[in-house]
Design a protein around this ligand. Structure first.
Ligand code: ZN
Length: 193
């Protein structure tokens, strides 16, 4: 396993649609090694998720994990999961406002609208079918990671650029206000699951 370099906004690889993964390739050493590196790099950088194009591998694979994350202490837990060729299906028109950040967009956060309930289908790291429903922040994290596989970054979805903030300024000026909205989001979507 190895910690890989993370591509930053401006690098063309973050804007290219990633290629679908072939099951044969996935289960071989190269595919499994890439996934191990993706997980190790995500954990090293304290990411809630990381998509393969962010480590310069333009294939449709992403990893997610939230467990007492210092970058996002309010996010509900997501056990480690790897998604291959994932597809998002929106299950509601309802959206919620989320302050997002990204390891490929250093030191910037901003408010993005995310669909509050989605179904995600695809494969796990062994090529077995995955079909799950996610709500609230977890749904938001899924949409963020899967966007990376289509060349989209959260900054593309920031409707009000005045919400953009460095992480330091977020802590000083926006965190308290945002965290007031979090219990309502967590209650509404996560507990009704
Ligand atoms: Zn990201």
């Amino acid at each position: 396993m190895a910690i890989r370099k993370i591509a930053h906004i401006g690098h063309p690889i973050l804007r290219e649609p990633a290629a679908q993964v072939d099951r044969e390739w996935l289960v071989r050493d190269a595919g499994q090694r890439l996934i191990d590196d993706l997980i190790e790099t995500m954990r090293d950088a304290n990411g809630a998720g990381l998509a393969a194009p962010q480590i310069y591998e333009p294939v449709q694979i992403c990893a997610l994990e939230v467990d007492d994350n210092p970058r996002y202490p309010y996010k509900p837990r997501i056990p480690l999961m790897v998604l291959v060729n994932p597809v998002v299906h929106c299950l509601t028109d309802e959206t919620f406002q989320n302050y997002e950040g990204c390891l490929s967009v250093p030191n910037l956060r901003g408010i993005v609208s995310r669909v509050a309930k989605v179904r995600v289908t695809g494969w796990d790291r062994h090529g077995h079918d995955v079909d799950m429903t996610c709500v609230g922040f977890t749904a938001g994290t899924m949409q963020h990671e899967i966007d990376h596989l289509h060349g989209r970054l959260f900054v593309d979805l920031v409707e009000d650029p005045t919400t953009l903030t460095t992480w330091d300024q977020f802590e000083r000026h926006h965190r308290a206000e945002f965290l007031k909205s979090v219990p309502a989001i967590v209650d509404k979507y996560h507990r009704s699951q």
